[in-house]
Design a protein around this ligand. Structure first.
Ligand code: FES
Length: 114
């Protein structure tokens, strides 16, 4: 739903796009949808109250959501890049810095928080 909304110039709040953070949780007013993956970040109580994670849901009908349109935030569409690993630094057992190098022709737009 997040991607479909974005293609219609509506930006729904999101972060991980994997069903893990609940940033994209919205209230469903009407319509049916099904999850593409297990919604790890939504609990049964939320589902009972018609809250879903819009990043992992596929609409099965027209949907009406109670959600804010962040249209003023220019969030780029999800893209896949080929890259080379430039360096790997192990800071400790929980933290690794991986530096990637994109081909010079690739244009990558970085927004803080990505
Ligand atoms: S964006 Fe993180 S759960 Fe949907």
């Amino acid at each position: 739903m997040v991607e479909a909304a974005r293609k219609q110039n509506v930006t729904l709040e999101h972060s991980c796009l994997r069903g893990r953070c609940s940033t994209c949780k919205v209230h469903v007013i009407a319509g049916e949808s099904s999850p593409r993956v297990v919604e790890v970040a939504v609990n049964l109580l939320d589902l009972d109250k018609d809250y879903i994670l819009s990043c992992v849901r596929v609409p099965e009908s027209d949907m009406v959501l109670d959600a804010e349109d962040l249209g003023a935030c220019p969030i780029p569409l999800k893209r896949t890049f080929s890259a080379e690993i430039n360096s790997v630094i192990n800071y400790n057992e929980d933290l690794v810095k991986i530096e990637l190098r994109l081909p010079p022709t690739q244009k990558f737009i970085y927004l803080s928080g990505q």
